[in-house]
Ligand binder design. Structure first.
Ligand code: NAP
Ligand code: G4F
Length: 370
């Protein structure tokens, strides 16, 4: 019988790549979608099948990590063999603006899901495996690099503190209740589907719009921070591999290479024959009260036990994102040239777009945290 997976955060970057991977392996995939007044399924629209078609293997359900009752019901209804907990308020800077909400979703929400998984296993007698999306942000100010599974955590944001809580709850469910539960400690991973307010995508989006005369400046914060950037498509493979092992365990997933934001700017603008120094401006609103200066992972354990390896370098990743965003910018340019106003995100407008913000965009709350 086909295996069944339940994915929280299916509408996010990683959720979309993981869904592609699991559907490709013949799984039935059940995804948890938050109710919203607008569509949020853009990243998985290409995978969606009308429920009236035959052999439908992607099923979407409304749910929220804040809703424990709904999570219990979803476990019973979908009867998954594997649960991937990818849902999160995942923006580090935003977590300083919304610390309690972030903790409720990321920390307590994960605990609610773990409890739903445990109860389902105990009541149904069925085996179920659990993956927790842990983060390299948990290392925080521990700049002892490269960071491995043995490196102590020193979280530097409400987001990272919440992820540490979820990490230990996952381990405690493994040790206290014998749950097959794994933490993937993933370092930064990006793609053309990356949210537009994370620094890599913010840069590739802006650079390509600047190239086509749609924008004239890009406002950023700390350019000296260093990150270990890999490709999201590679990293979801590691998530799946963790749940296929004989024993549950925790794994760092990283490329082992790290680069500064400045170097990513060099690479992205370089792909377009532009000099970023002409366009990038500093805006203190993008600084964090406490910064994580250096993340560089040691994924030796994943290499040895999972036979996992990254396949995309930072330069290749950057080129992939620039190419995809150039196609987006070309579509916007065509609309502008045809005399149609373009509906660009607030963040892009704020970064110095031409034309100036429409009254609709200007009336949105000032997003200090993107
Ligand atoms: P993302 O693009 O921000 O996606 C987050 C997902 O969580 C979205 O589907 C979002 O739904 C959903 N979500 C948010 N709050 C929720 C709630 N209360 N209930 C249910 N769903 C909720 O994040 P990502 O980059 O794919 O990352 C996936 C996971 O890995 C996250 O837990 C993140 O913290 C963690 N992580 C990411 C990285 C990275 O570099 N990408 C590294 C380490 C760990 P909407 O679409 O409705 O917003
Ligand atoms: O792209 P970022 O916002 O990613 P960050 O904070 O490293 O977090 C991401 O990776 C984590 C894994 O380590 C995940 F757990 C988390 O969910 C998320 O996916 O920022 C990267 C760096 C930071 O040092 C930031 O200060 O870029 C710096 N930066 C400089 N200017 C900026 C900006 N970041 C953002 N978002 N926007 C800027 O204008």
């Amino acid at each position: 019988m086909a295996r069944r997976a339940l994915i929280t955060g299916i509408t996010g970057q990683d959720g979309s790549y993981l869904t592609e991977l699991l559907l490709g392996k013949g799984y039935h995939v059940h995804g948890v979608v938050r109710r919203s007044s607008v569509f949020t399924t853009e990243r998985i629209d290409h995978l969606y099948q009308d429920r009236h078609e035959t052999d439908v293997r992607l099923h979407l359900h409304y749910g929220d990590l804040l809703d424990a009752t709904g999570l219990h019901r979803l476990m019973t209804e979908t009867q998954p063999d594997e649960v991937y907990n990818l849902a999160a308020q995942s923006h580090v800077r935003t977590s300083f603006d919304q610390p309690v909400y972030t903790a409720e979703v990321v920390a307590v929400g994960t605990l609610k899901l773990l409890e739903a998984v445990r109860d389902y296993r105990d009541l149904s007698g069925r085996a179920v495996r659990f993956y927790q999306a842990s983060s390299s942000e948990m290392y925080g100010s521990n700049s002892q690099a490269p960071q491995s599974e043995r490196t102590p955590f020193h979280p530097r944001s409400p987001y990272a503190c919440a992820k540490v809580h979820a990490y230990w709850q996952t381990i405690n469910h493994r040790e206290a209740y014998g749950l097959f539960a794994c933490n993937g400690i993933l370092f930064n991973h990006e793609s053309p589907r990356r949210g537009e307010t994370f620094v890599t995508r913010k840069i590739t989006r802006a650079a390509t719009r600047i190239k086509l005369g749609l924008q004239n400046a890009l406002y950023l914060g700390n350019l000296d921070a260093k990150r270990d950037w890999g490709f999201a498509g590679d990293y979801v493979e590691a998530m799946w591999l963790m749940l296929q092992q004989d024993e549950p365990d925790d794994f760092v997933v990283a490329t082992g290479q790290c680069h500064s934001v400045r170097e990513f700017l060099d690479e992205a603008f370089g792909c377009l024959d532009l000099d970023w120094r002409r366009y990038v401006r500093f805006d203190a609103r993008y600084l964090r009260p406490t910064e994580v200066n250096l993340l560089q992972g040691d994924a030796a354990k994943a290499r040895e036990r999972l036979a996992w390896r990254p396949t995309v370098t930072m330069a290749e990743l950057c080129r992939m994102m620039v190419d995809a965003d150039l196609r987006l910018a070309q579509r916007e340019r065509a609309l502008v040239d045809a005399g149609h106003p373009i509906d660009v995100p607030y963040e892009t407008l704020e970064s110095g777009s031409i034309p100036p913000p429409s009254p609709k965009a200007a009336s949105q709350p000032v997003a200090a945290s993107k």
